[in-house]
Write a protein that binds this ligand. Structure first.
Ligand SMILES: [Zn+2]
Ligand SMILES: [Zn+2]
Length: 97
């Protein structure tokens, strides 16, 4: 008995599946409280769309074996939580500027 294998044809998704923090499962972008259809950047802490700001995480002025230095570590962070910013609502791709 020979079974004819039917390829499973999937309809091409019109809407993109989103993995943002609104739900714990993949969902349709823009559904319910999803923010996947909103333009970024998105805050890595609260998941909300946010603006970016620059924050200096350096230790500032320091002295090391008699030589003075100034440590700067300026990073782009969200204006709401000062957390890492992401390009997508699923928080998988870090924002680059
Ligand atoms: Zn979403
Ligand atoms: Zn935030």
């Amino acid at each position: 008995m020979s079974a004819v294998l039917q390829p499973v044809l999937r309809r091409r998704r019109v809407q993109e599946t989103c993995l943002c923090a609104a739900y714990r499962f993949p969902h349709r972008a823009g559904s319910g409280t999803c923010r996947g259809d909103q333009p970024g950047p998105f805050c890595g802490s609260c998941g909300e769309p946010c603006d970016t700001t620059r924050a200096d995480f350096g230790v500032g002025a320091y002295e090391y074996w008699g030589s003075m230095g100034f440590d700067r570590n300026v990073q782009t962070v969200s204006d709401c939580c000062e957390a890492t910013v992401f390009r997508d609502a699923a928080l998988r791709h870090e924002w680059e500027d």
